[in-house]
Design a protein around this ligand. Structure first.
Ligand code: ADP
Ligand code: MG
Length: 287
């Protein structure tokens, strides 16, 4: 009876947009106590929009767009699009360099320009006005990137990526099933917490470098937790394979899809709830 029940389970789940790669996943699902989520593109829509530009707007946007034209980060696309909409020509740059999980830098007119998180501000001056403005924007759930020239921050760009309309309901359903929910993100703590509050996530682990995501999953497992990780990006692949159950969004990158034991066809977190329910039911039938 075992293989038949498994096939029925997976055929039914496929109809519901949940692809289960193998039978072992079913067993792991019945032991889960924790679900960890990537933020951008998983909990949020993943299409960030520029909401505020602080400083000499034309100069800040020209500089930032000049650098971000060479980046593939979702924040970069938002900045380039905003410059286009406002008809601001991007600055010419040379020697572009991406600093993973932190931002980008390049030469502009013999000056070193950068755009990115506060992790780039170690030897950089920022006025107390700009810092206060950055804090305020972050508490509004906006991601702030700092735009700098040489050793000084010259402006800020605030970018907002709103939660998917389905995220709140999905998180609430998972919590009803006794699961602890955690957000794991490279974004700033304040922004992450504001978004977590909007969707009801229990705990936030923020400021995580892409290479550290899998380590945080391991640390939770070392505490004795059985962990599912839900993600979509290239940088989510190691966390997806480290987790007891890796759940990849089908809209995500190929490498994420390859690394997940469960793949969701739709880009909707309620499918995570469905995936866990179906796996449990199927497992109970075959065990
Ligand atoms: P996430 O976990 O949300 O996918 P990342 O690890 O990709 O985030 O990036 C973490 C942070 O690094 C971003 O929130 C941003 O502040 C900064 N950053 C990374 N790449 C860029 C970029 N191209 N332009 C500006 N900021 C960037
Ligand atoms: Mg992501």
């Amino acid at each position: 009876a075992t293989p038949t029940a498994l096939m029925v389970g997976t055929a039914r789940s496929a109809k519901m947009g949940v692809l289960i790669k193998n039978g072992e996943v079913l067993e792991e699902v019945s032991d889960l106590d924790t679900v960890v989520f990537d933020k951008t593109g998983t909990i949020t829509v993943g299409k960030p929009q520029v909401t505020d530009v602080v400083g000499d707007k034309d100069k800040v946007l020209a500089l930032a767009a000049g650098l971000e034209e060479s980046s593939e980060h979702p924040l970069a696309s938002a900045i380039v699009k905003k410059a286009e909409e406002d008809k601001i020509a991007p600055s010419s740059i040379s020697d572009f360099k991406a600093i993973e999980g932190k931002g980008v830098q390049a030469n502009v007119d013999k000056h070193l320009a950068f755009v990115g998180s506060n992790r780039l501000l170690d030897h950089v001056a920022i006025s107390s006005d700009l810092q206060a403005k950055a804090d305020q924007l972050q508490s509004e759930a906006k991601t702030v990137v700092y735009v700098g020239l040489d050793n000084e921050v010259i402006g800020l760009i605030a970018i907002q990526d709103i939660p998917k309309s389905s995220s709140r309901e999905a998180i609430s359903e998972l919590k009803k099933r006794g699961l602890k929910t955690i957000m794991l993100t490279g974004d700033n703590e304040k922004v992450a917490q504001a978004i977590a509050d909007e969707v009801g996530i229990d705990q936030v682990i923020a400021g995580v470098l892409p290479t550290e995501k899998a380590d945080h999953i391991k640390a939770l497992q070392n505490e004795g937790r059985k962990v599912a990780f839900v993600g979509d990006g290239i940088n989510d692949a190691p966390a997806l394979s480290t987790a007891d159950v890796g759940i990849a969004m089908g809209s995500g990158t190929d490498i994420a899809i390859d690394s997940g034991g469960i793949v969701l066809v739709q880009n909707d977190l309620r499918c995570v709830v469905r995936a866990l329910d179906i796996s449990k039911k199927t497992f109970n039938r075959i065990k």
